[in-house]
Design a protein around this ligand. Structure first.
Ligand code: ADP
Ligand code: MG
Length: 362
């Protein structure tokens, strides 16, 4: 791990009670505490307007916090202007210089920092090779596709070898296939270079695919921070459960031991219920059986009728009406579609295994 003079890891970011209030009393960022580790791919996920860009701009130094401290690589950032921070930003709009070639765009930052010419050329060549844009070195941005332009924007940030790369929805303007390719590439590149990436997106799928850890943001606050798998599998609030993937959620007023009385009926859960009043299960965690094959001797078996089957290629979503009238969403992968698929009006039995039901506070 790379170390800074005072011993803190290069690329470590510590935010301590950071706030930003805009005119008119909009609290864009509300007392956020967050530690981002050196060399991790960290994603800020949240709906539009929740404060992601504002938070990123404060780390970059384009925006000044109204309260709180920012420490990057062990250095307090309060009096450090943006251009002296070991941070580079990649924006959604590529912001390339239209009259400079690809190579000149990438070289620009090194020129500003008065890096000597032979060294400049070497670094520009290396980064262009890494991002596979060397074939377009002499073209202008207007002669590139969206995906190629975004690679140039990325190269321009990486060539400076910053401790931290900030990326504000850099892939959202790209079409789905290219976007999926660049997601994987970006992730590999980050691992290879070892820089800290702070990636902002409103796309939950993107956050799941790319990140080591993530934070879910709502109205200027961090609702939950953790490894991607933990946040998805164990959401601590209804907002996180609903924002990150699909879910069936039931509030319940009463319970007995580990049985919750929910709108779909009694639901057995794996652990005794404490203060939680909401039960959640992901559609893919529900087991589906033809009526004749349902196991008779287990808890949480719910017969129902398919009202809608939405085929999605690799999987099918089933909107199922249970006997009492409640609707539930289940997902079945299509690896055995020939033997197992249901159309509207067909009956089946759903099993909600206790271990797959999460309890949420509130
Ligand atoms: N320069 C600004 N002046 C006033 N309000 C702003 C400014 N920038 C952002 N905001 C407001 O702050 C909130 C957070 O915005 P932003 O950080 O851009 O969110 P996100 O990037 O998550 O979409 C929004 O309500 C937005 O309207
Ligand atoms: Mg934004």
């Amino acid at each position: 791990m790379r170390s800074s003079p005072d011993g803190a890891s290069r690329g470590e970011i510590a935010l301590d009670a950071i706030s930003r209030v805009f005119g008119g009393g909009v609290i864009a960022v509300d007392q956020i505490d967050l530690n981002i580790r050196a060399g991790e791919f960290f994603t800020l996920l949240g709906p539009s307007g929740c404060g992601k860009t504002t938070l990123l701009r404060m780390i970059a130094g384009f925006e000044t916090p109204d309260a709180g401290r920012i420490v990057i690589s062990g250095r307090e950032m309060q009096n450090v202007p943006a251009h002296l921070r070991a941070v580079n930003t990649v924006f959604q709009s590529y912001a390339l210089f239209p009259h400079l070639s690809v190579a000149e765009n990438i070289e620009f930052g090194l020129r500003m920092r008065r890096i000597a010419s032979p060294d400049r050329k070497k670094r520009v060549d290396q980064i262009m090779a890494l991002l596979q844009i060397d074939a377009f070195a002499r073209r202008n941005p207007a002669q590139l596709s969206g995906g190629q332009r975004q690679r140039v924007a990325l190269a321009r940030a990486l060539v400076n070898e910053p401790d931290v790369v900030l990326l504000d929805e850099p892939l959202s303007a790209l079409d789905a296939k290219l976007r999926a390719e660049l997601q994987v590439e970006l992730m590999r590149m980050q691992k290879r270079l070892g820089m800290t990436f702070v990636f902002v997106t409103h796309d939950q799928h993107e956050a799941l695919v790319m990140s080591d850890r993530m934070a879910v943001m709502e109205r200027g606050r961090l609702l939950q921070v953790g490894p991607v798998l933990d946040v998805y599998e164990q959401p601590r609030s209804v907002f996180v459960a609903e924002f990150l993937g699909q879910s069936n959620i039931w509030k319940f007023a009463s319970h007995t031991g580990n049985v919750a009385q929910t709108p779909i009926g009694d639901l057995v859960v794996a652990t005794p219920i404490g203060t939680q009043r909401t039960a959640m299960i992901r559609p893919e965690k529900i087991w589906l059986y033809p009526e004749a094959e349902a196991p008779g001797d287990r808890p949480n078996l719910f017969p129902g009728t398919v009202r809608e089957a939405i085929y999605q290629g690799a999987a099918t979503h089933y909107h199922v009406e249970l006997v009492g009238g409640a609707m539930i969403l289940a997902l079945d992968t299509n690896n055995q579609a020939a033997e197992r698929s249901w159309g509207p009006g067909e009956k089946l039995v759903l099993e909600l295994k206790p271990g797959n039901i999460m309890l949420i506070d509130g």
